[in-house]
Ligand binder design. Sequence first.
Ligand SMILES: C[S@@+](CC[C@H](N)C(=O)[O-])C[C@H]1O[C@@H](n2cnc3c(N)ncnc32)[C@H](O)[C@@H]1O
Length: 252
Amino acid sequence: MTPYKLNGAAWQESWDRQQEAYLPDREQRITAMLDVVDTVTGGGPLRLLDLAGGTGSISLRALARFAHVDITLLDQDPALLAIAAASLGARATIVTADLRDPAWADRLPHRAYDAVLVATALHWLAPARLTELYRELPAVLRPGGAFVNADHMPDPQLPELSRRLIARADARRAARYAAGAALEWGDWWERAALDPVLAPLVAERHRIYPQPHGPEWLPEATWHLDALRAAGFSETGIVWRGGTDAAVAAIR
Ligand SMILES: C[S@@+](CC[C@H](N)C(=O)[O-])C[C@H]1O[C@@H](n2cnc3c(N)ncnc32)[C@H](O)[C@@H]1O
């Protein structure tokens, strides 16, 4: 009998559908992030760090877009990293590290990345730790290198409109779940736990993340920009906004 093998492409697709239910404009935000990367390297060889990269959605899109790209994907979720390893293969270096640990960067194969990208992940960190992480980032970027963080960053100038936009997004998502168009986060993990390869890794990830989510602290974009400037980045600003989400960029 042929031994069961993890189908990386199928799980990657399933992850993307599950994430798109939360972020219908996910592809646009990733494109905006890669546009920043493009300006930094001008199409030349690229050394990219996909921070908290999960299954490798950003890495895969960078590989599809850029000809010469050396990718490091860092995360601590063993199940998502197994999917990343299956779909990226030798095209990326996969690093297991906890971003709550200030020594996380010691595990990287390089210093001086051209770009560090992170999406929908840093809201899992507590405020003090995120502030520190921002201070640690310049040490892994070359001068002129770019950091981009896309996440939930509601605009404080629009409190009532933001509330309504979130309610509208919630209703749309609920309709998609009811129609079976996508799996809700918890259901996706239950499905993953049925895969013979992923099952023990899902059990391990539930030990790493005992609660369904991290602290879920969602500061506005200006908080990120202030913290990045204080961390020593030269240029900082918003490069993309979609509803109550945004991507902030910072140049070392
Ligand atoms: C919602 S997923 C997003 C993954 C990927 N960036 C994407 O857009 O598909 C959040 C990711 O952050 C990772 N993460 C959260 N806290 C982390 C930590 N302390 N150290 C490393 N990774 C972390 C999770 O394991 C997960 O892969």
